[in-house]
Design a protein around this ligand. Structure first.
Ligand SMILES: [Zn+2]
Length: 157
């Protein structure tokens, strides 16, 4: 997924004569690392999910895989972090494309909200699956949604 997206730096590298500025902030140049990581707009989206816990995401993408593997011993927290990453990348790329093809600009708090709703719906589904699988249910285990609200749900908005 990562380096395969046709960001503007790639298109310019293929000889296409296009503007290379970032569509989310308008100032940086659009590389994958900028668009999804160092861009102010993206950073606002990301940090909302990591401001509550002591977790802080790595600043460059190649470190993410190792970080997710080692950041916590909780399987469920790992699942939630992976979902946050997938959803942030997906929604940021979608917002970037919608800005390219239309004049619709969503502020970062709207994207944050969309990501939250998406993830919470997914976690509810996962909790329901583990509830049904009674054999593997342990009473002391927090549900995905409990962990979400304890650790990741942004306080404002
Ligand atoms: Zn940017």
């Amino acid at each position: 997924m990562w380096q395969r997206l046709p960001t503007r730096d790639k298109l310019a590298g293929w000889g296409l004569n296009l503007p290379t500025n970032c569509l989310l902030c308008g100032t940086g140049s659009e590389t994958s690392d900028h668009l999804f990581f160092s861009c102010n707009y993206s950073t606002e989206v990301w940090t909302s999910f990591f401001s509550q816990s002591s977790l802080s995401r790595p600043s460059v993408f190649p470190d993410v895989v190792d970080w997710v593997r080692t950041v916590t011993s909780s399987k469920k927290v790992k699942v939630i972090i992976k979902l946050i990453f997938q959803a942030c990348i997906y929604f940021l790329w979608r917002e970037r494309n919608s800005r390219l093809h239309s004049a619709m600009l969503k502020p970062s708090h709207v994207i944050q909200r969309e990501i939250q709703l998406q993830i919470r719906a997914r976690l509810l589904g996962l909790d329901w699956e583990s509830y049904k699988a009674l054999a593997t249910r342990s009473a002391s285990q927090s549900s995905y949604l409990t962990l979400w609200f304890e650790m990741f749900q942004p306080r404002k908005a």
